[in-house]
Design a binder for this molecule. Structure first.
Ligand code: GH3
Ligand code: MG
Ligand code: MG
Ligand code: MG
Length: 340
């Protein structure tokens, strides 16, 4: 019933298409007075704002969830909950910040203080002056735009904090977060989880003979191979200088061996031309896995993979070695032989 009302009073005013920022600026007007709703509409609609209307507090909360407006203009007295109560509910629940202007017929300072303490950012007294409403909405827009910019920058920073700047691959932190989640999923749902550490062979030599930039190019090319070979259910990343990780879920040992060896062969087939000289690069891989209950901590899986990697280096490089048996009570039944 309430939903029907919310829709009935939702007047989406055509936005100014030449101004994308303004187009996105949604204003929710909550007022039980039809007269005041249309007065606000008359002032704001010509400005090109997108307006949504609610005629009580609960309709306003519903419209907030559906339309996610940037600004709320709320009446103080409404039949179900008051404007300050609405503010308090919004400030409790909302992750996104919304700028709130309270409309009140009461000019008592105590009431204004109460409204601001409840979470309102601004207030206007009824009957309002249309120029003042426009000006205060303008302030709200500036604040909302700052919030939007901060939010976008935070998202970017979060992304950068999890990305290796040279290769664009997930970094150690991102790998740790992903694999820890995946390990607990593997424990709960009984699927296997594998971790391969890849380490470029004699990489120092490439740096020493061709220069650091050439080394960087090899790292980027290898990252490209890893990306191209990573299915959506898996993950790869760079954990250190010339060390990378490939995390694979759900596969069996043969499948993992096939997938990792494909990566090994693709790098082996690459030719790098530095100062007219063809340079080749290879990598060694150490693989450890888990299957069963009581998942290991990530460090334990990494340590096992590292042991296998050292075996691959000792055995001649450009190869892969498994740490067997797998960790976990089901994985232990998977046999103890090593493959290369
Ligand atoms: P091994 O086969 O035993 O792994 O030999 P390696 O030479 O690859 O191993 P080592 O650990 O001796 O050398 C790793 C080198 O990786 C040394 C370091 O300068 C280089 N390295 C680490 N990070 C970067 C990077 O970001 N760019 C470049 N170009 N080189 C890097
Ligand atoms: Mg009212
Ligand atoms: Mg290394
Ligand atoms: Mg190396």
């Amino acid at each position: 019933m309430r939903r029907k009302h919310a829709e009935q009073y939702t007047a989406v005013v055509p936005a100014d298409t030449t101004n994308p920022v303004r187009e996105q600026f949604k204003i929710l007007v909550a007022d039980d007075s039809r007269i005041y709703r249309s007065l606000v509409e008359k002032v704001l609609a010509p400005e090109g704002h997108t307006l949504v209307f609610a005629e009580n507090g609960y309709e306003a909360l519903e419209a907030m969830a559906i339309h996610q407006p940037s600004l709320l203009i709320s009446d103080w007295e409404m039949p179900d909950i008051t404007g300050p109560e609405l503010c308090r509910k919004i400030r409790l629940d909302q992750e996104r910040y919304i700028h709130i202007i309270l409309l009140t017929s009461n000019t008592e300072k105590d009431q204004i203080i109460e409204g601001l303490a409840a979470g309102a950012d601004d207030y206007l007294t009824k009957p309002f002056h249309s120029g003042e409403l426009l000006a205060r909405v303008g302030v709200g827009r500036r604040v909302a735009e700052l919030h939007r910019q901060i939010h976008a920058k935070n998202l970017l920073l979060e992304q950068l904090a999890r990305t290796d700047s040279l290769t664009g691959l997930p970094n150690r932190r991102a790998i740790e977060e992903w694999t820890m989640r995946e390990l607990s999923g593997a424990e709960r749902h009984g699927f296997s989880m594998w971790l391969a550490i890849a380490d470029l062979d004699h990489f120092k030599k490439i740096n020493d003979s061709c220069g650091h930039e050439a080394g960087d190019l090899v790292l980027k090319r290898f990252a490209g191979i890893l990306k191209a070979n990573t299915r959506s259910s898996n993950m790869c990343g760079r954990i250190g200088g010339e060390e990378f990780v490939i995390a694979l879920s759900h596969g069996d040992r043969i499948g993992v061996e096939t997938a990792v060896d494909r990566i090994r062969r693709q790098l082996e087939a690459e030719e790098f031309l530095f100062d007219g000289i063809v340079v080749k690069a290879t990598a060694s891989f150490g693989i450890a896995g888990f299957r069963g209950s009581n998942a290991p901590v990530l460090d334990e899986l990494l340590r096992k993979a590292d042991e296998a990697l050292y075996r691959a280096k000792r055995e001649g490089r450009n190869r892969l070695e498994f740490s067997l048996p797998l960790l976990g009570d089901v994985g232990a039944a998977d046999g103890g032989e090593t493959t290369s």
